[in-house]
Design a protein around this ligand. Structure first.
Ligand code: GUN
Ligand code: FE
Length: 430
């Protein structure tokens, strides 16, 4: 069913700083897209099926701009190290297991089920470097009803022997094979090119990926300026580049292909320690930033200067970064983003005002949604992703307005057991 009307208390971002809240209103979906929110049903839509969610909240689905599916298995564990040691000691050994398709199917089924049951309707996902396990994950994501980008990871150095690909050429060969295998197979699941990060990718591999990107025109995801140890290592490996992001840019995987003057849709996770030059190039090239506050705390990476990115009008969304982040909840990422911005203000820069709930909510919906097109709002023309929240059990003695109810639902984690219905791309998921 792609044409219907939902009735309830509707909340969505009006702009970056304000939330629209409409009591007892109607949001209309036709052919998978919103026709807008109305206080009365316009005559032309009166014949559509109406689903009345009564006093519940109806909000856009959450967008997770950065999550590692194979790391879901060890979320909430192994949180005692910084990035590079955490990768070597915990993450790479876990990811090695995805050579085994039986393990992959088991672990990825648990991941897909969790995402299906949560508030996330769209996600940009890292798999592992294993081609066939990545296809298993894509099959499961398609079945879940979520709308996702999934990347087979590329990595040909600086990992464990079992996890490194044999050569840049083998990595490229398997990437071609993977893209061809899944070509035309899915409606909601798309491939994304995924060089893990510069420490794990030789120059030759980056050149191969540049060619693949040009051949297929697919988007790119990676990590950038996350942790001091990582950044020092990139400087050692690539002494001639001006800054970390300059390496991705050299291989035309940083928002733009300079030679052909074409857009290369790119999302970079973290950007905690980006230099002014790096920030400027991201802004110029329209690179998306996936802000992952929980991961940045757990791995002691630092606090990303999000106020600065917002004021510069950069493209920015939120990521759970499981398992650097311990939870796949984007409600949780919203509250974490607000909280770390307060610590940044207090400890780092008192000119940098903390972000507001409305700003964080915008990042979690339209901010990340833009990576998928017109996503994250109920304004006319946006693809229809929605979740219905029942906050009845969060009893309160005082009158609350809708914005207060929404904020409370997010802070108190109502996505854990308060979601009553979920829609993605105009399809009811459950
Ligand atoms: N940098 C390279 N790989 C990873 C990863 O798996 N997680 C995080 N947080 N950073 C990375
Ligand atoms: Fe990550």
């Amino acid at each position: 069913m792609k044409d219907f009307i939902l009735k309830g208390n509707i909340c969505y971002s009006k702009n970056k700083k304000e939330i629209n809240t409409l009591e007892n209103s109607y949001v209309i979906c036709v052919d998978g897209k919103s026709k807008g929110v109305f206080s009365e049903i316009p005559d032309e839509y009166k014949k559509l099926t109406l689903i009345d969610y009564e006093d519940k909240l109806i909000i856009p689905g959450m967008v997770d701009m950065h999550i590692h599916a194979p790391q879901f298995a060890f979320r909430g564990m192994c949180m005692d190290l910084e990035l590079m040691d955490w990768l070597n000691q915990y993450t790479f050994p876990e990811e090695e297991k995805y050579e085994d398709l039986v393990y992959a199917e088991k672990a990825y089924s648990i991941f897909a089920e969790a995402l299906k049951n949560g508030a996330t309707t769209r996600a940009v996902i890292f798999a592992t470097r294993h081609r066939y396990a990545t296809e298993v994950l894509m099959d499961l994501m398609e079945k879940s009803g979520l709308i996702t980008y999934v990347g087979k990871v590329n990595m040909d150095r600086e990992a464990t022997e079992a996890l490194e690909e044999d050569s840049a050429l083998m990595s490229a060969y398997n990437t071609f094979g993977w893209i061809n295998d899944i070509n035309g197979k899915y409606k909601n699941t798309k491939p994304i090119l995924t060089p893990r990060f510069i420490p794990c990718c030789t120059d030759q591999l980056m050149e191969e990926l540049r060619q693949i990107q040009m051949t297929y025109g697919i988007p790119v995801q990676s990590h950038l300026s996350e942790s001091p140890g990582e950044i020092d290592f990139v400087q050692f490996l690539r002494p001639d580049n001006l800054f970390y992001g300059d390496v991705y840019d050299e291989y035309d995987m940083f928002g733009k292909n300079d030679e052909e003057n074409t857009e290369v849709k790119t999302v970079m996770a973290h950007c905690v320690w980006s230099t002014e030059e790096e920030v400027e190039l991201m802004r110029e090239n329209g690179v998306f930033i996936a802000h992952c506050p929980a991961s940045n705390m757990n791995l002691s990476s630092g606090i990303a200067p999000i106020r600065k990115y917002i004021e510069k009008n950069m493209k920015i969304g939120l990521g759970s970064d499981v398992a650097g982040g311990h939870s796949d909840s984007i409600f949780r990422a919203i509250t974490d983003a607000i909280q770390v911005s307060k610590m940044y203000w207090r400890y780092v820069d008192m000119e940098s005002k903390p972000i507001t709930f409305a700003e964080a909510f915008y990042m979690a919906t339209i901010g990340g949604g833009e990576f998928f097109g017109k996503v994250g709002s109920f304004d006319e023309g946006f693809e229809f992703d929605a979740i219905v929240l029942d906050d009845e059990n969060l009893v309160h003695p005082q009158e609350l307005n809708l914005e207060e109810r929404l904020e409370r639902a997010v802070y108190l984690g109502l996505d854990l057991n308060g979601i009553k219905a979920k829609y993605a791309g105009g399809q009811k998921m459950w």
